[in-house]
Write a protein that binds this ligand. Structure first.
Ligand code: BGC
Length: 350
């Protein structure tokens, strides 16, 4: 069967590979893959060599953002043929660490976890995949292809849930949210905070294309002014650019008691003036909290499924801006200005 593979760090090796049928050791559910979403992590795997293939192999099958239909589900698994499912990315550390043992593999303490399509396990980017029912999430059939947005939404569901939990250390009634970056992650973050009724502001450098309108259609405000100059004092910031300078400025303008969630990483070699004592003073005297957030536990996938089911499907479908056949997946590595989410149609040409 066809799969989308690459040797991490060698973009010229991106292509379609021929794989045997998925092994039963991957899980008892057999799934026919519909769509695979591509994100910045896939580009980092291709270009910067971020990912790690399974032991003994040099090529990694990509695809941590998945969507498929169950073909085989043994009795008692709670799944049935035809169910629309998404596979969870991370597997707990087999040792395991105390956080993984509590089903919070997203909070793994010793780094022994593996991630499908990223770290030491092939991804879901093959015509069929197998998954253990414990790591499969069933979606409402009404969501259809939009279910491919579940995994990135789960990452934001975690960041927002944790922001609320951190905020709850004291009196916290957030009213204003700032999202930095209007890529797929920023737009999904904006969706989640709008669903909570927060006054939402999204800032990005682009002034044209689909992003400003997508933000406006959520009932949120779009800005293209530098973050440090925004006339806002947000209670919650979800930082989605991965740029340290943006995180610093967002933290500075955030209001008293604000919680700032950092969800992105970047390889920018930007050198900035750092005045650690000024930052220290602002955090202390403002009771502000900054935290990093990666991956998602099972409950965040469930929260994300709920959020997507409540969202406007037309709005969600505008996030998917390119659909490629598996043979053309390497084109996803070249970012175009109008791109938001690129998906690979694993059933194209069937
Ligand atoms: C994925 C996460 C993963 C992270 C780090 C992100 O793109 O969405 O599930 O934990 O990369 O590998």
């Amino acid at each position: 069967m066809k799969a989308i593979g690459i040797v991490p760090g060698r973009p010229e090796t991106a292509g379609v590979v021929d794989l045997p049928e998925p092994p039963l050791s991957d899980g008892s559910l057999l799934v026919r893959t519909r769509l695979i979403g591509m994100c910045g992590t896939d580009v980092e795997i291709a270009v910067d060599g971020y990912g790690v293939p399974p032991p003994g192999e040099d090529r990694l099958v990509l695809g941590h953002e998945s969507l498929g239909e169950v073909v085989e589900a043994p009795e008692g698994t709670g799944f049935e043929p035809g169910d629309l499912v998404v596979g969870i990315v991370r597997r707990p550390d087999p040792v395991p660490c105390p956080a993984c043992a509590a089903d919070e593999w997203d909070m793994c303490h010793n780094g022994g976890f593996v991630e499908r399509g990223i770290k030491e396990r092939h991804g879901y980017g093959s015509e069929r995949f197998r998954v253990d029912p414990r790591f499969a999430v069933r979606l409402s059939p009404a969501l259809g292809d939009l279910g491919v947005l579940l995994e990135p939404t789960s990452v934001l569901a975690k960041a927002v849930e944790h922001a609320e939990r951190v905020g709850a250390r004291g009196w916290f009634e957030p009213r204003v949210a700032l999202i930095t970056g209007a890529g797929p992650i920023g737009l999904l973050a904006a969706l989640l905070v709008r669903q909570r009724g927060l006054e939402t502001h999204v800032v990005d450098v682009v002034t044209q294309g689909a992003k400003p309108k997508l933000v406006a259609d959520l009932g949120a405000n779009y800005h293209s002014t530098p973050v440090g100059e925004l006339p806002l004092a947000p209670d919650i910031v979800i930082e989605c650019t991965g740029l340290g300078v943006v995180a610093r400025d967002a933290t500075r303008i955030a209001g008293p008691g604000a919680v700032i969630a950092l969800t992105g990483i970047s390889h920018s070699e930007h050198v900035m003036e750092a005045r650690p004592d000024v930052m220290n003073k602002a955090l202390v005297l403002g009771n502000k909290a900054v935290f990093g957030s990666v991956n998602a536990a099972r409950r965040h996938y469930d929260q994300a499924a709920d959020a997507l089911a409540r969202a406007d499907p037309d709005w969600l479908s505008r996030l998917i801006t390119r659909r490629l056949a598996p043979e053309d997946w390497p084109l996803a590595l070249e970012k175009r200005p109008e791109d938001i989410k690129i998906v690979i149609d694993m059933a194209a040409g069937e």
